[in-house]
Design a protein around this ligand. Sequence first.
Ligand SMILES: *Cc1c(COP(=O)(O)O)cnc(C)c1O
Length: 404
Amino acid sequence: MFNVEHIRQDFPILNRQVNGKPLVYFDNAATSQTPQQVIDVIVDYYSNYNANIHRGVHSLSQEATDAYEQARLKIQKHFNAKHAHEIIYTSGTTHGINLIANGFSTLLKKGDEIIVSALEHHSNIVPWQMLCERSGATLKVIPMNLEGELIMSEYDKLLSENTKLVFVNHISNALGTINPIKYIIDEAHKVGAAVLIDGAQSCPHIKPDVQALDVDFYVVSAHKMCGPTGEGMLYGKEEWLNKLPPYQGGGEMIAEVSFEKTTYADLPHKFEAGTPNICGGIAFGAAIDYMNGIGFDAIAAYEHELLEYATIKLSEIEGLKIYGTSKHKTSVISFNLDGIHPYDVGTILDKLGIAVRTGHHCAQPIMDFYKIPGTVRASFAFYNTKEEIDALVSGVKKAKMMLS
Ligand SMILES: *Cc1c(COP(=O)(O)O)cnc(C)c1O
């Protein structure tokens, strides 16, 4: 049984006050909070078996290696990858995307095309622009409509035998729209293009099955799903990972080194140069265990309830406009008050202990589309409550009174 009061006890930070008020944390799309179960794993690592992995014969090193590889298996199982070596540890979504963009530099030529979507995070736009500069390929963009949905008939028109890569986020961080990625993947495959899905916003809400999706690459950040910052994973199909060159040179990624020639290690180590965030990987595994313990069906159902409740309550405020009104969306509400800058609203909410994000949310093209400087974004997690939404609603009303 899903019991939010019980769940909240797992998150020590939710007990603190901000500016003399109980913290209401609605910036979950930027980073999620960390349950005690994950904090304990981090403390245990540094207290009891901190050591470098894969090299030492000593016991601590073996314990650390075992825990790190155990976590990789948890990640494999969670995302349903066929092989554990298809899971590459990264420092997060941005790292995973850059790894792929770098790898494709050697595979693309002038005339090739890369398709991205109008709903992308900056981390999913800039690496492709850099890749186009290096390779001579061209960037094409799937446009969006006013509801904040990608226009699939336009996507169909962009696809051709020149399309080599398609990059779309599973869920938009700025608007919460859930994109039709299965369709996008299947259509891309018909023209022989590879697909990378940015799962940074989907992993806190749903459990993606990379084999069922038949996706070529899928990237996530641990810190968006109750894990630590600076940690994430890249899933890649084995055949693709074998085709791509390594991203960074260094220790751990080689088989043999001489000054004449170096041969690379097998997957996944080929892409894991240097000492990784060992504790981060282990804690990522613990975060996955924690979230599965609650259950993604229960999480999705509860968050949907929060979304509906907040949408109704906020919509009652005169002059408040919500951006991103797709029927398929997660618990993110981006909004503005008529004639009031989002930053000012965010500042007043902070005085009331309410943490929201204001600005362009690393998605400036979306703001340009709506011709606004930014929005106030409230993003809910499974540990938030309707009482907290009531506090937000009364905070927004107060901000409106003070600023208009
Ligand atoms: C947060 C986020 C990123 C970037 O994640 P990092 O952990 O900062 O690398 C990329 N894409 C989306 C959709 C995001 O929400």
